[in-house]
Write a protein that binds this ligand. Structure first.
Ligand code: AMP
Ligand code: FE
Ligand code: FE
Ligand code: ZN
Length: 291
């Protein structure tokens, strides 16, 4: 098979903090000329059933998720690391338990961030943020949208720069599972674990080659190399590390609909041979066209 680049293995729907329904996400993928996407909402597989209903001929979907995890830096401070899991058994009891915990944790943590913003004089309400999130777990982009509505900021990107970033006085961290624990969760459920955007944001400092090497025996399968958060140097460095450690190299957009306005579906892709390897290793088959 020719090694074409028509697979985008990291996208979000409105089942987490993307703005497209799964159906619209598929429409966007088709319009971009893609033949494979992965649905990787944060800490949930709730969008899988919906996206399975809308897959046209010529398209397949790898069901997955982006797990929120933490890894300590050299001072023992916990740093956020995002971990992609593909083709795992979503009924695995440990995953079900972790996501139940994360659902409650996101609700409480979202309420604390909103409380701090209200105390800071921003006229948002928790009710409105919950409405914006709908059935999705609450994430900072939902709070960002509420801030846009009250005209505190012009868009969600500005909300992060001004108010929602990790160093902000309004920030409250998520109590996440460990990175090693997340890799184990995914592997125990038969899935394929790939670290998302390892050189973007604060995770870059903790994900040294030594740390990554220590995760390989635990079941780490790959690194997301081609991502908008990585410059050319970061991509080259990660590609070298992946080659040395025998890890798969993926590329993806990390599409969030209009919540990340400069990010377009398919802007980075994964080669077909890597997609086939992920499918070969996964516990479940990709979703094909709806019958
Ligand atoms: P949370 O999971 O609630 O901690 O929120 C993190 C999410 O916010 C990430 O997964 C991204 O989707 C989103 N995010 C982070 N930085 C930005 C940004 N600068 N602009 C828009 N969305 C962002
Ligand atoms: Fe997100
Ligand atoms: Fe992420
Ligand atoms: Zn993502």
């Amino acid at each position: 098979m020719a090694n074409t680049m028509t697979a985008d293995l990291h996208t979000h729907s409105n089942f987490s903090d993307g703005t497209d329904t799964p159906e619209k996400l598929i429409d966007a993928a088709v319009a971009a000329g893609l033949t494979t996407i992965a649905l990787t909402d944060h800490d949930t597989a709730n969008g899988w059933d919906e996206i399975a209903k809308h897959i046209p001929a010529g398209m397949r979907v790898l069901p997955g998720a982006e797990f929120s995890t933490k890894h300590p830096d050299e001072n023992g401070e916990l740093v956020s690391v995002h971990l992609l899991g593909y083709l795992f058994d979503r009924d695995n009891p440990a995953i079900v338990a972790e996501w139940k915990r994360m659902h409650d944790e996101r609700a409480q943590r979202g309420a604390r961030i909103v409380g701090k913003l209200i105390d800071g004089g921003f006229p948002i309400t928790l009710e409105r943020v919950e409405e914006i999130a709908g059935s999705a777990n609450i994430g900072r982009p939902h709070i960002g949208k509420a801030l846009v509505e009250v005209k505190a900021v012009k868009d969600v990107g500005e909300a992060f720069v001004d108010l929602l970033h990790d160093g902000s006085p309004y920030y409250v961290p998520l109590q996440s599972t460990s990175l090693a624990g997340g890799i184990k969760l995914i592997n125990d459920a038969g899935g394929v674990a790939v670290i998302a955007h390892p050189r973007a944001r604060e995770a870059a400092a903790v994900l040294t080659e030594d740390v990554l090497a220590s995760l390989v025996p635990l079941g780490l399968a790959g690194l997301e190399v081609n991502h908008y958060g990585h410059d050319a140097d970061a991509r080259a460095e990660l590609s070298d590390i992946a080659t040395r450690l025998g890890l798969l190299q993926t590329g993806s957009s990390d599409y969030h609909g209009t919540n990340k306005k400069d990010v377009h579906i398919g802007m980075n892709c994964t080669p077909d041979d890597v997609v086939e390897e992920i499918i070969a290793r996964g516990a479940i088959a990709p979703f094909g066209p709806a019958q």
